[in-house]
Design a protein around this ligand. Structure first.
Ligand SMILES: Cc1cc2nc3c(=O)[nH]c(=O)nc-3n(C[C@H](O)[C@H](O)[C@H](O)COP(=O)(O)O)c2cc1C
Length: 234
């Protein structure tokens, strides 16, 4: 996947954003930490990928080895130390700043969906931590909200969005009780004056209803709307 650090990458993105702006378009970048959906061969020094807990994803990731690409089972991750989490928040903050001030993007969407790192923290199937970042809904949502506050601080809420996927089975994601979890998350987001909240209904790229995973999206919308400060129209 593309990166957004280092002069060469930023210069490359500048050409992309300029081409979009020249034609009257607007472009947001999506900022992504994959967490456990990775492989040791994709990591510095062949170390394990990181995740909320050391639970291997029952999914595959794409790997190019000796010039040949294929999907391979993901590696067993190691659980992040609490001391490492502020660094991840800072990474999102710096990437957002670079995206707008150096690469010319109009804003940033935080990828909180599809079984990647932030979604792994949100959901019980992947988060078995017993510190401030696991257990209760408030604790599981903490990292996502810290990342969002940092990115909003950098760019202003009107330049920030987030993607969420309450019930998708993508990348082995699962939560025991997603309705109150995501209603809490959007209530917290509603005060941030975001450009948008992008919610995947059902399975990503699949059916809008997932068997055994009912979800009330109207109630989610209502939870966002009724919180003071929420942007009108959503
Ligand atoms: C090869 C591939 C790459 C994808 N990359 C991303 C991505 O970088 N970010 C993201 O949010 N979704 C990604 N997706 C998910 C698509 O955005 C999703 O399937 C699409 O939005 C389908 O529409 P839906 O959201 O209505 O289910 C990817 C899907 C595929 C098949």
């Amino acid at each position: 996947m593309p990166g957004l650090y280092g002069t060469e990458q930023l210069d490359g993105w500048k050409q992309v954003t300029k081409a979009v702006h020249d034609r009257g378009g607007r472009i947001f970048v999506q900022l992504w930490h994959v967490g456990r959906v990775s492989h040791v061969d994709l990591q510095p020094d062949g170390k394990p990928p990181v995740a909320p807990s050391a639970i291997t994803a029952k999914t595959k990731t794409y790997l190019i080895k000796d010039g040949v690409g294929s999907f391979v089972p993901t590696s067993e991750p190691r659980a992040l130390d609490p001391e490492e989490l502020p660094g991840i928040v800072q990474d999102f903050r710096h990437a957002a700043r670079n995206a707008v001030t150096s690469a010319g993007f109009d804003g940033a969407e935080v990828h909180g969906a599809n079984g990647y790192l932030l979604d792994q923290f949100l959901k019980t199937g992947t988060n078995q931590r017993n510190d401030d970042y696991g257990g209760s809904i408030e604790n599981r949502a903490r990292l996502t909200l810290e990342v969002m506050r940092a990115v909003v601080e950098e760019l202003g809420g009107h330049r920030v969005g987030i993607r969420l996927s309450p019930v998708t089975p993508a990348n082995d994601a699962s939560d025991a009780d997603p309705q109150p979890l995501f209603e809490y998350v959007v209530r917290e987001l509603a005060g941030m004056g975001l450009a948008y909240v992008h919610v995947i209904e059902g399975a990503t790229g699949g059916p809008r209803e997932v068997e055994g995973r009912p979800f009330d999206y109207a109630a989610l919308r209502q939870a966002y709307r009724t919180r003071a400060g929420a942007a009108p129209g959503w």
